[in-house]
Design a binder for this molecule. Structure first.
Ligand code: IMP
Length: 196
């Protein structure tokens, strides 16, 4: 089985990626390799942050690894929160604070189109690969659903009647930004028959 370290401290992402990658891959968490650290993400693009996070962990551990960075881009807010999605409402803010902020900024606006963009940077033996997944949708008027994380309760993907927080995880993973990026990474890994 292929071992691959996921450079994240986000347990929701870990859970999703493990489910998407299936049994052929053993996705290790930072905890699994006894690393308890904050990973810097100070770049100004989603791609830049994904590369920064993956390089940081690769340089620290020497292990093949990957990192993802995700942004919610809202049309009427000129693409915000984008790369600032995690701390949109300020340092140490909660998922709820971020949702409150975008709902307030969108109040009275007709155009509620948005997309999630996820970039994964995979590092294998020092070589870097980038994968991108995107899902389009709209921001709902209020929260719906209890599952998922982050902005899931207010993101309604195009063509669906359930927000990401209302749908079962397998359905979110099947269509989501992260699901699409992870699928591409899995294809690349299978093609390389990475085995270590
Ligand atoms: P990160 O910088 O990639 O960790 O993600 C930035 C922020 O985007 C997270 O803190 C979440 O609030 C949000 N986010 C990332 N992925 C998802 C998702 O799959 N659903 C909803 N929100 C997400």
């Amino acid at each position: 089985m292929t071992n691959l370290l996921f450079a994240t401290n986000n347990k929701h992402k870990l859970h999703e990626v493990r489910a998407i990658m299936g049994h052929e891959f053993n996705i290790l968490s930072l905890k699994d390799v006894n690393l308890d650290i904050d990973i810097p993400e100070t770049r100004e693009t989603i791609e830049g942050n994904a590369v920064q996070k993956a390089r940081f962990i690769y340089e620290m551990t020497g292990k093949n690894c990957f990192a993802d960075d995700t942004g919610l881009e809202i049309d009427a807010l000129e693409g915000r929160p984008g790369v600032y999605s995690a701390r949109y409402a300020g340092e140490n803010c909660s998922f709820d604070d971020n949702i409150d902020k975008i709902l307030l900024e969108l109040s009275g606006k007709e155009n509620r189109k948005a997309c999630f963009r996820c970039v994964i940077c995979l590092i294998l033996d020092g070589n870097e690969y980038l994968f991108e997944g995107r899902i389009d949708g709209v921001i709902t008027l209020e929260r719906r659903g209890k599952d998922g994380f982050g902005y899931d309760p207010v993101f309604l993907p195009d063509g669906y009647r359930q927000t990401f927080a209302e749908m079962p995880t397998y359905l979110k993973n099947g269509i989501s930004h992260r699901g699409r990026a992870v699928d591409q990474m899995a294809k690349e890994l299978k093609g390389k028959q990475v085995n270590r």
